[in-house]
Design a protein around this ligand. Structure first.
Ligand code: SF4
Length: 364
């Protein structure tokens, strides 16, 4: 079974998650090959453009001002600094740059204008540009779209039930509202979560239920393993076992067949064999660079060695396109008003992933 479904139940997803491992891997790999080129993995770079001092209380995050961690806070980076880092990332194989700012929500004003300029700048480098800036209004999402933003990241983090255990300064509904605001534009959605925060398997399944219910489903889903940082409320959590990570990646691949599944935080705790199993199970993106916002990440040269060893190729930008139904919905909205879309929609986002699908078909 590999069609896109929006009506998965928690029980169905748990049954998948708990299958005998070989069966789970086989099913996930089969679905992966049907929708993606199994030898291509996107390399993305995550840049912390504004670090620390965040007023929120996310229990896993060393950037929350209220926790005593040894994170050094930084003001918003300049456009030139961001451009230099993006060029460096591109030259070492990244096709996507994700800019993260430790904000509760975006505020209109000079700082947001500066971020918009960063988006325009990276867009001109022919790289996918993603932002994770906290909550956004519909109007702010449209301004990001006009600047050429390719993706907006806003993680659901966990199930609706467990979310309250980890964050109290905003609710699960707020997360969904921001995703909804992004969906009103041509920007693609990136939304996933973290495992290893003390949640139950039911919560992992619950988060996947919430993600699959979204229509269209997110084009990108990062799966993070908690990096427990001293000074945060989750500092004593045990590292996530590789078996849990593989099961989570495989289950995500099965229930979100068209989505780009991103192997995100926690890779320094994984062996190459463990990461290879995650790629086999359907992960088709990693984050490169020695830091993931503030937590450690493997060195880019080590990753390139791993790619060589496994015969993987870094993905070019804009391979995973916008879901056609989003494009149609957008067009019909404007047609009904007798207007043309007010923001540009680069052609590369409309085409489907035909090339990759053909390659995948040939490998079956
Ligand atoms: S995860 Fe984001 S919103 Fe939460 S405390 Fe960290 S920077 Fe702030």
């Amino acid at each position: 079974m590999s069609e896109v479904r929006h009506n998965w139940t928690k029980e169905e997803i748990l049954d998948i998650y708990n299958k005998p491992l070989m069966e789970l891997l086989y099913e996930a790999a089969t679905i992966h090959r049907k929708h993606h080129d199994p030898n291509t993995v996107q390399v993305s770079t995550l840049l912390s453009i504004k670090t620390g001092g965040c007023p929120e209380d996310c229990g896993y995050c060393p950037q929350a001002a209220r926790y005593h961690t040894d994170i050094e806070g930084n003001d918003l980076m300049s456009v030139q600094q961001v451009k230099a880092q993006a060029l460096r990332a591109k030259s070492s194989g990244s096709s996507r740059v994700c800019m993260g700012a430790a904000w509760r929500n975006v505020k209109d004003g000079p700082e947001f204008d500066q971020v918009l300029e960063m988006v325009r700048t990276i867009n001109k480098l022919d790289m996918e540009v993603c932002c994770t800036l906290g909550m956004v209004t519909e109007n702010q999402a449209k301004r990001l779209a006009e600047a050429g933003l390719y993706a907006y990241n806003h993680n659901l983090d966990s199930s609706e039930e467990y979310y309250k255990e980890v964050i109290s300064t905003r609710g699960f509904e707020d997360r969904l509202e921001t995703i909804d605001n992004v969906r009103k534009t041509n920007v693609t959605v990136c939304s996933g979560g973290i495992i290893g925060m003390g949640e139950k398997e039911e919560d992992r399944a619950g988060m996947l239920v919430a993600l699959t219910t979204l229509n269209p489903q997110p084009e990108s889903v990062p799966i993070n393993a908690l990096v427990a940082v001293e000074g945060t409320p989750l500092e004593d959590q045990k590292p996530v076992s590789i078996w849990d990570m593989v099961r989570m990646v495989a289950t995500t691949r099965i229930v979100l067949p068209e989505t780009q599944v991103r192997l995100s935080a926690g890779r320094t705790q994984m062996t190459r064999e463990g990461q290879a199993m995650c790629f086999f199970a359907g992960a088709n993106s990693i984050f490169a660079g020695d830091k993931l916002l503030t937590t450690p990440n493997p060195d880019v040269n080590e990753d390139m060695e791993m790619f060589k060893l496994l015969g993987l190729n870094p993905q070019k930008p804009f391979i995973k396109k916008m879901q056609p139904e989003t494009v149609e919905a957008e067009d019909s909205k404007f047609q009904a008003l007798g207007e043309k879309p007010k923001w540009s929609r680069p052609e590369h986002k409309i085409e489907r992933n035909e090339e990759a699908k053909e390659k995948a078909k040939a490998l079956r």
